[in-house]
Design a protein around this ligand. Structure first.
Ligand code: UDP
Length: 491
């Protein structure tokens, strides 16, 4: 498509992972409907997942383009088509994957040079550290996108800079982190950075930090009312602007946008939506643990048994390739779906998560606390059962449970490494899952108060994105910053 030449032109470069691409594509749509021109760079396999969404925006008159740059799999020794973290069969291939991502810099810069509309700014994932150099070459600001909340970014920053964990001898002892909202505690074992083996990524992490220091600002998918002062604190800590422009998922207003977001929905999805129509309002628990993890079949069986044991209606999302034949055999032997058909349904593959969470029959969300999922739960005003797996998910859990008081823990205390989920076997037992669900749906005072707080927060999320709301205003501030050029007052 040809882009208007006089506008602010924002270039989006997401990390090739669902939890990073989905929010950046939404963000591009938000800026495009706010008057900017948006270009999103990705690779062919990922473009196929987002093409329909972006084309629909184009039809609505938004100046937004999705540009495909071939992913150099062969050049780095990756099997062809391994273009998204959810396709990588093992973390052993991560170094090659990031190497291939680095090789996108040159063709992206070439493509940018050929455009009639010069870039005005780059918003890129924190992992795309080389885009800092690209921004300098084009003489434009770069804003870093963290695919999580400010609360968890600040907690990691404060742990590092205060060295508060140095004196803690046990990995399992919860400790307070200076400068964080009261009530927040974490253990050494739960700190982010344990997702992949440290030593492999020291150099990479250094580059990410260096590029973040050189950036002009930070853009997050969150909203001020959720962050309990963390935005101001992080802004002060890094001496840069921090803008919250979310929840970005709320830009998906019509059904087709909600239904097809991030990937084509599984063929089970339509049936699930029809089944939800037949269920009582706020009665169903939606259980989905994100796009990346692949739990051990034994752990997935515990989840299935826990859902059954709780007696609560449920939707259970099982990713393709998760548990594979061992889980499928168990489901068959147990006649699982047949036994639960009155009150439970399974989606195999990609669930239309935002559409499901927005359904009036959903009353709770069993989540791994990936930030997008957590925030989508907040948007739907849902209380949550929290089951963090790795990365910053434990900090996100603390925000949901201890600060916002809208969650109930299943009680897992130790993270697993991504790609090594099957090695740890069972971390959460059937009875712990059932107990957490029962606590969440309980009609006692605690349960009622939790539901009330969750509903209020959902309302605040909506208000934040409306005219005059905090996130709506931050979108305008980002655009003003870009238009004013580099002469910005310090934070
Ligand atoms: N998602 C979805 N359907 C699925 C699984 C995930 O739509 O079956 C979406 C979900 O709505 C969220 C994203 O994928 O936007 C996952 O991001 P998150 O940060 O929650 O977790 P991750 O997948 O990165 O662990």
């Amino acid at each position: 498509m040809s882009l208007p030449s006089q506008s602010v032109h924002i270039v989006f470069i997401p990390l090739l992972a669902q939890g990073h691409m989905i929010p950046l594509v939404d963000m591009a749509r938000i800026f495009a409907s706010g008057g900017a021109v948006a270009t999103i760079y990705t690779t062919p396999v990922n473009a196929r997942r987002f093409r329909t969404t972006v084309d629909r925006c184009g039809e609505l008159g938004m100046p937004i383009q999705l540009v495909e740059i071939p992913f150099p799999c062969e050049e780095v020794g990756l099997p062809i088509g391994y273009e998204n973290l959810d396709i990588l069969p093992s973390p052993e291939l991560l170094a090659k994957f990031y190497n291939a991502m680095g090789k996108l810099q040159e063709p992206i810069e070439k493509h940018l040079r050929e455009q009639t509309t010069a870039p005005s700014c780059i918003i890129s994932d924190k992992y795309i550290f080389w885009s800092s150099e690209t921004a300098q070459r084009f003489g434009v600001p770069r804003f870093v996108f963290h695919a999580t909340c400010c609360f968890s970014v600040l907690s990691a920053h404060n742990v590092k800079h205060s060295k508060c964990s140095d004196l803690i001898t046990s990995d399992m002892e919860p400790f307070e982190v200076p400068g964080m909202p009261k009530g927040f505690k974490i253990t050494k074992a739960q700190l982010p950075g344990t997702t992949v083996r440290q030593q492999d990524f020291e150099v990479f992490r250094g580059k990410i930090q260096e590029a973040e220091m050189a950036a002009q600002g930070v853009v997050l998918n969150s909203f001020a009312e959720l962050e309990h002062g963390c935005i101001e604190a992080y802004q002060k800590a890094i001496g840069k602007r921090v803008w919250c422009v979310g929840p970005v998922s709320l830009c998906n207003k019509d059904e087709s946008d909600m239904f097809q977001r991030g990937k084509e929905a599984s063929s089970d999805a339509e049936k699930c939506m029809a089944w939800l129509d037949s269920m009582k309002p706020q009665s169903v628990i939606y259980a989905c643990l994100g796009s990346l993890c692949r739990l051990a079949p034994s752990q997935l069986m515990e989840l299935g048994k826990g859902l059954v044991a709780s007696q609560q209606p449920f939707v259970w999302v099982i990713k393709r390739g998760e548990g594979d034949s061992e889980l499928e055999n168990w489901l068959m032997e147990e006649r699982f779906e047949e036994r639960v058909k009155e009150r439970g349904t399974v989606i195999r593959g990609w669930a239309p998560q935002v559409a499901i969470l927005s359904h009036r029959a959903i009353g709770g969300f069993l989540t791994h606390c990936g930030w997008n999922s957590a925030l989508e739960g907040v948007c739907s005003g849902l209380p949550m059962i929290t089951w963090p797996l790795f990365s910053e998910q434990f900090a996100n859990e603390a925000l949901l449970v201890d600060i916002l008081k809208i969650g109930v823990r299943v009680g897992t205390k130790v993270p697993m490494r991504w790609g090594e989920e099957t090695k740890v076997g069972i971390l959460v037992r059937e009875d712990e899952i059932a107990r957490a669900i029962d606590a969440l749906v309980s009609e006692d005072e605690e349960g009622e108060e939790r539901r009330k707080r969750a509903a209020e927060l959902g309302e605040k999320a909506r208000q934040a994105t409306q005219e005059g709301g905090s996130s709506h205003s931050d979108v305008s501030r980002v655009l003003q910053y870009i238009m004013a050029g580099p002469t910005q007052e310090a934070v």
